[in-house]
Design a protein around this ligand. Structure first.
Ligand code: ARG
Length: 466
C-alpha cells in the first residue's frame, strides 16, 4: 500500500530501509503536545477566516484533545510507517473524526509545522533551564553568605596566588550563571516569531490571519519571510550554543569539586548523597556526579557542533537534513538540566573543611602581595621595587623553611632596614582578605553584600513571559 498522505502519485510502499532512515517518530514524538497545540490554533484561525467551517474546526479541536489524552495516557500507537509526529497525529485524527481531518492541513505544510512545533518545544525548554539556573544561583548565594569569611587559597595557574574567601569563589559561579541566563533569555527573544502559515516555502493563497495564530501560541509576531521561516534553525543552534557555554561553566566548577574533594587537597567534603564507593577499595568516596557533569559537557558541545555541520551546506529552503536537528537538541537539553540539578544538589551538600582551607591559604607565601603593598603604602616605595624587595624576603623565608609571618623582623630588616613590626599586621591571611575591599574584591563584607543582593533579586517572582 502506498502512503495515505501522498499516495496519489505513488503506487508501492517504501523499502523498509527507506522507512527506517526516513522515520523520525522515535524522537519527534516528544513534540506531540506542541504539535497538537499548534494544530488547534491553526484550525481556530482557519475557521475564523472562513477557510474551514466552524463545525469542522470544532470536530478537529475535539479530536485533537482526544489524541492528547491518548498520548498522555500511554494509549496512543505511534506508527513508524507514518514517519513523524505530524502524520501520526493527523492519521489518528482521520480515524476519530473522518474526512474533516483532511481540512486541518489547509494552508500549511509539515515544513512550517515542524519549525513551529520545535520552536515551541525549545522555548519551553529555555524557560525550564532558566528556572533551574535560578535555583542553582540561590544555592550558591546561600552557601556564599554562610562562608563569606571562610578563607581559602586563591589560585592562578593552580598555584597558590592570594587568599580569597570561599564565599567569593562561589559567587563567581553566580555571575557566570547570570550571564548564562541572559543568553537563554536572548535566544528566547529572537526565537519568538511564528513560522506557521509559511506553508512549504512560498506562503499560501489562503487569506490567513497569522497574527491571530501567533498570539494564540505566545509568539510575538509571525515570521516575515516564508523561505527563511521553514529553513531557519538558528533558534536551535543558538539555544545549543547558550547551553554549551553554560555547560562549560558547570564543568569548570565540577572540576574544582573533583580537585577539592581529592585527598591531595581535602578542602571540601561531599556526603554519601553525591558520592559513590568503589567495589574493591573500601576507603573510596568518588565524586562521580561532578565527573559526569564534566563529561556531559562533551555531548552538549557535540550537539552544537553536529547541528552547525548539518546546516552549513544547505540551500534554501527546507531539506530533510533538518530532521537531524531534534535528537541532538533534545539529548543536550536533558543532559544540561540534569547537570544543573546535580550541581545545585552538590552545592547544597558540600561542606568545606575550614581549617584545612585556612592552613592552605597561608601556604605558598600567599600574602607576599600584601607585604609588597605595605612597602608601597608605608615606605612610599615604587611597586616594582617593593616587588623585588618582597621577592628577596620570600626567598629568605623559603631558605629558612618558615612562613612569611614567622620570619623574624631582623631577617626582614636585613633586606629592607625601614621595615617595622607593624608589617606583621598585613601578613595574616585573615587581614589579607579583609583588606580586599575594592568593588568586586574578596573582602568578607563585600561578599556578604553581594550574596544578599543576589538572594534578594532571586527571591523576586520572575516576570510573566509570553
Ligand atoms: N519530520 C520532518 C522533520 O522533522 C518534518 C518535515 C518534513 N517535511 C517534508 N517535506 N518532508 O523535519
Amino acid at each position: 500500500m502506498s502512503n495515505k498522505m501522498w499516495g496519489g502519485r505513488f503506487t508501492t510502499a517504501p523499502d523498509t530501509i527507506m522507512e527506517e532512515i526516513n522515520a523520525s517518530i522515535d524522537f519527534d514524538r516528544h513534540l506531540y503536545r506542541e504539535d497538537i497545540t499548534a494544530s488547534k490554533a491553526h484550525a481556530a484561525m482557519l475557521a475564523k477566516q472562513g477557510i474551514i467551517t466552524r463545525q469542522d474546526a470544532a470536530a478537529i479541536a475535539h479530536g485533537l484533545d482526544t489524541i492528547l489524552s491518548e498520548i498522555d495516557g500511554g494509549k496512543f500507537r505511534f506508527k513508524r510507517s507514518l514517519e513523524d509526529i505530524h502524520m501520526n497525529v493527523e492519521s489518528r485524527l482521520a480515524d476519530l473524526i473522518g474526512p474533516a481531518a483532511g481540512r486541518l492541513h489547509t494552508a500549511r505544510s509539515r515544513n512550517d509545522q515542524v519549525a513551529t512545533d520545535f520552536k515551541l518545544w525549545v522555548r519551553g525548554t529555555l524557560d525550564t533551564l532558566d528556572a533551574a539556573l535560578a535555583d542553582y544561583q540561590r544555592a550558591l548565594a546561600e552557601k556564599a553568605l554562610q562562608h563569606a569569611a571562610t578563607v581559602m587559597p586563591g589560585f592562578t595557574h593552580l598555584q597558590t596566588a592570594q587568599p580569597v574567601t570561599f564565599g567569593h569563589h562561589l559567587l563567581a559561579y553566580v555571575e557566570m550563571a547570570a550571564r548564562d541566563r541572559g543568553r537563554l533569555t536572548d535566544a528566547r527573544k529572537r526565537l519568538n516569531e511564528m513560522p506557521l502559515g509559511s506553508a512549504a516555502l512560498a506562503g499560501t493563497s489562503f487569506p490567513l490571519d497569522r497574527t491571530m495564530t501567533a498570539k494564540a501560541l505566545g509568539f510575538d509576531r509571525p515570521t516575515a519571510n516564508s523561505l527563511d521561516a521553514v529553513s531557519d534553525r538558528d533558534f536551535a543552534m543558538e539555544a545549543l550554543s547558550a547551553a554549551s557555554i553554560c555547560a562549560v561553566h558547570l564543568s569548570r566548577f565540577a572540576e574544582e569539586i573533583v580537585i577539592w574533594t581529592s585527598p591531595l587537597t581535602g578542602l571540601v567534603k561531599l556526603s554519601d548523597k553525591f558520592t559513590t564507593g568503589s567495589s574493591i577499595m573500601p576507603q573510596k568516596r568518588n565524586p562521580d556526579a561532578a565527573e559526569l557533569v564534566r563529561a556531559k559537557t562533551g555531548r552538549i558541545i557535540g550537539a552544537l557542533n553536529g547541528l552547525l555541520i548539518v546546516m552549513k551546506g544547505l540551500p534554501l529552503a527546507y531539506a530533510k537534513d533538518m530532521q537531524e536537528d531534534k535528537e541532538g537538541v533534545m539529548d543536550a537539553m536533558s543532559a544540561l538540566s540534569l547537570a544543573i540539578a546535580a550541581m545545585t544538589g552538590m552545592v547544597r551538600d558540600l561542606v568545606p573543611d575550614t581549617e584545612k582551607m585556612q592552613a592552605a591559604a597561608g601556604e605558598g607565601y600567599a600574602t607576599a602581595t600584601d607585604l609588597a603593598d605595605w612597602l608601597v603604602r608605608t615606605l612610599k616605595m615604587p611597586f616594582r621595587e617593593a616587588h623585588h624587595v618582597t621577592g628577596r624576603i620570600v626567598a629568605r623565608a623559603a631558605k629558612d623553611g618558615v612562613a612569611l609571618d614567622a620570619l623574624p623582623l631582623a631577617a626582614m630588616q636585613a633586606i629592607e632596614p625601614r621595615i617595622t613590626k607593624a608589617v606583621f599586621a598585613v601578613l595574616s591571611v585573615q587581614r589579607s582578605v579583609e583588606s580586599r575591599v575594592s568593588y568586586g574584591g574578596t573582602a568578607p563584607k563585600n561578599v556578604r553584600a553581594q550574596a544578599n543582593k543576589w538572594l534578594k533579586s532571586l527571591a523576586k517572582k520572575p516576570g510573566k513571559r509570553g
